[in-house]
Structures are given as C-alpha cells and as structure tokens.
Design a protein around this ligand. Sequence first.
Ligand SMILES: CC(C)(COP(=O)(O)OP(=O)(O)OC[C@H]1O[C@@H](n2cnc3c(N)ncnc32)[C@H](O)[C@@H]1OP(=O)(O)O)[C@@H](O)C(=O)NCCC(=O)NCCS
Length: 192
Amino acid sequence: MGLTYFKRFRMEFDLQRFSKPSSSSLADCQVRAGYDLIAYSPELLGDHAIAKFNSFRTEMDANVFPCLGRREGCLRLMREITSRSNFVPEATWLCRFRDEVSGRLLPIGTIQGLEVDGWGAIQNLGIAPEHRGKGLGSALLMNAAFGFRAAGLKKIHLEVTTDNTAAVRLYERLGFQKARVVYKAANVEGAC
Ligand SMILES: CC(C)(COP(=O)(O)OP(=O)(O)OC[C@H]1O[C@@H](n2cnc3c(N)ncnc32)[C@H](O)[C@@H]1OP(=O)(O)O)[C@@H](O)C(=O)NCCC(=O)NCCS
C-alpha cells in the first residue's frame, strides 16, 4: 500500500441556465426503450448500491474511493449518503433496464445528490459498462440537475478525476465548467 494523490477537477454548473429553453439539450430527459429512470425512495437503496458497484468496480474511482470496488462498501456508502441531513432525494435517481428474458428490472445506473454550502453536490454518477454510450449517464445527470433546482438550489458542482476523460467530456458537453484542480489522497495497493 502507498499513498497516491489523484488529481481531480471541481466542475460547476449554474442551474439558472436551465430556464433558457435554447441553452442546451437539457429539455430531452427521455431514455430509450427498455430503460427507465426512477426517483429515489428508501426501498430502492439496495438497487442503488448494486448499480453503483456494477458501475464503479473496475473503474479508476474504485482506487480513489476503495469502497466503490466492494459490494458491501457501496451499500454502506448509500446508507451513509441517504441518512445525512443534507441528502437531496429529488436529485437522486436510479436507471433500470428491463431484462427481456426474466422480465425483471435490473438496476444499471445511479446518481445521488447532497446539499453542501448552498451548492447541489453530485455524488457517484455511474452506468454499468454494457449500458454506456446510450445517453443514460446524461439523462441521470439532467434529472439530478432538475431535482436540485426543484429543491431550491441555484448551482451545482461535482468532482471528477482528471484522467476520467469520458466523464469530463460528458460534463463539459452538458455545460459544466472546470473551476479548479483538487487533490485527493488515497492508499492504493501496489503504489509505493
Ligand atoms: C461517465 C459515465 C457515467 C457516462 O455514462 P454514459 O451512459 O456512457 O453517458 P452518455 O451515454 O450520456 O454519454 C457518453 C457518450 O455517449 C454518447 N451518447 C449520448 N447519447 C447517446 C445515444 N442516445 N446514443 C448513442 N450515443 C449516445 C454521447 O455523445 C457521449 O459521447 P462522448 O463520449 O463523445 O461524450 C460512464 O462512463 C461511467 O459510469 N463511468 C464509470 C463511473 C465514473 O467514472 N463516473 C463518473 C464519476 S465523476
């Protein structure tokens, strides 16, 4: 084990831009057939944890935040986030996929929201690898943004590891701007 510093961008978005209909593609929150987005309710906590684990377990963020690489770590993190007094359920959404064979709705994507110092703080946007590139991550992010606005917040932020180019590109495409660089220390196996 060795201490490694991960370089991350803090990215910000002004929610008041949403009121201008022509400002972005944010009006289109539909998802393609076979998928649905569902607002947070406590009985979905376990599904969010499964979606989080499937989305992050093989990703670089599982090095930065080791709990993301473990099933029980994701469940613990979901319990921790949703029990905080600053949890924003309106900005917390689950994406599900209807499996044709079993007919079951499988949790494949998640996003959660907190309120921190008057900002909407996005937590752990993730889509399981086999469902990426279909607009689902963007749709979850948009729903979270509308949820923050419904909760009375005017601006949102998130942190993303600078090497996570797919995520940075998605955030920039939707109008987030890099505000500053921050460093997150983590103990990484194999690092020295
Ligand atoms: C980042 C992440 C959430 C993106 O999810 P996603 O569902 O693939 O995102 P989208 O499909 O909305 O956008 C990804 C790409 O698909 C394209 N796309 C969007 N809608 C599409 C559609 N309907 N059909 C085909 N492609 C589409 C987008 O143009 C985008 O292209 P880009 O790579 O040039 O930006 C996903 O890669 C992920 O879970 N990564 C691991 C976890 C992680 O690192 N999360 C970020 C933490 S800060």
